[in-house]
Design a protein around this ligand. Structure first.
Ligand SMILES: Nc1ncnc2c1ncn2[C@@H]1O[C@H](COP(=O)(O)O)[C@@H](OP(=O)(O)O)[C@H]1O
Ligand SMILES: [Mg+2]
Length: 279
């Protein structure tokens, strides 16, 4: 696993290089069929990552946000594959605020077992693999282990949410939380904040795809946290998100949280109903 991680880290970092050469030049934006934005950086990173992973592990297929439908036609029969978002946070990339990442996960039997998230503007990578812990590495520095922090009921809950994709459902969920502080953060960086102990939870009703969460999912689990399906009606957490098990690649509603918070979430006292004391 350690050797595989090093290879994937190198690939993610090289993809960051391809993205940055476009970031520093001019960004051309086109619209995909679902009207979400696409840039030449998404495609350059996609091509580099798919080519390099295919030569690293020729028998493991790749499923990228930018894959053609034909290339992933048989995906439900895959037991192991690479799950890739070549540029997560395209809107943040276009807005040039630095909050975008390259996400690469290895998924086995519906669960992510290795993940790398690279943020070129922040010069940082977060990564982890099953039973190998979670790590953060700043460019030119040694890797350091990271872990979630356990929220206590007398503390303000540090919530992270999308910078660019809010929703009424998200606003409704916030009302069920104890006193909180909300920070908007782009891309998978929200999960990284929880994994390194800088935030407590990230509720996300709707509007994410499996490539937005796969790499972050295993990193957060290895840091002591969890990424759990959330029933937004009852506000109960359910089993962990699963990958490549359904026709749709859109995730169900979920909440990512640090150590111990899933148990707290199920305590009736945790949910206080409409809450107007938020900071
Ligand atoms: N309506 C929608 N349906 C599915 N996924 C959506 C969506 N709106 C946003 N997303 C996903 O949310 C990601 C951005 O996350 P965030 O808002 O947390 O920064 C996008 O990643 P990309 O930028 O890779 O397309 C996209 O995959
Ligand atoms: Mg993308």
């Amino acid at each position: 696993m350690t050797e595989l991680l090093e290879s994937v880290k190198n690939i993610a970092w090289d993809a960051c290089g391809a993205i940055m050469s476009i970031y520093q030049d001019s960004i051309e934006v086109t619209a995909k069929s679902d009207s979400s934005p696409l840039t030449q950086a998404d495609l350059a990173a996609h091509r580099l990552i798919v080519e390099r992973l295919s030569s690293l592990a020729p028998s493991w297929p790749t499923l990228s946000e930018e894959s053609d439908a034909d290339e992933i036609r048989n995906r439900l029969s895959w037991s192991i594959f690479w799950l890739i978002d070549p540029l997560d946070g395209t809107k943040e990339f276009i807005n040039r605020n630095g909050e975008f990442t390259v996400n690469i996960a290895l998924v086995h039997e519906g669960k992510p077992i290795l993940g790398v998230i690279a943020a070129p503007v922040l010069n940082t990578m977060w990564y982890g693999a099953k039973d190998n812990g979670a790590w953060r590495q700043r460019a030119g520095e040694a890797a350091e282990p990271i872990a979630t922090t356990a929220w206590k009921p007398d503390q303000v809950l540090r919530v992270v949410g999308s910078r660019s994709h809010g929703s009424d459902e998200f606003e409704r969920l916030l009302k069920a939380l104890p006193p909180y502080h909300l920070q908007g953060v782009g891309s998978s960086l929200k999960f990284c904040r929880i994994a390194e102990g800088a935030a407590d939870c990230y509720p996300r009703p709707g509007s994410t795809c499996e490539w937005d969460t796969g790499a972050a999912h295993i990193i957060l689990e290895e840091a002591g946290g969890a990424v759990l399906q959330l029933n937004t009606r009852t506000l109960q957490v359910e089993e962990a998100l699963q990958y490549n098990q359904r026709q749709s690649l859109i995730n169900p509603d979920f909440i990512a949280l640090g150590a111990g918070l899933a148990e707290q979430w199920n305590l009736p006292t945790f949910l206080k109903g409409a809450n107007d004391e938020s900071t």
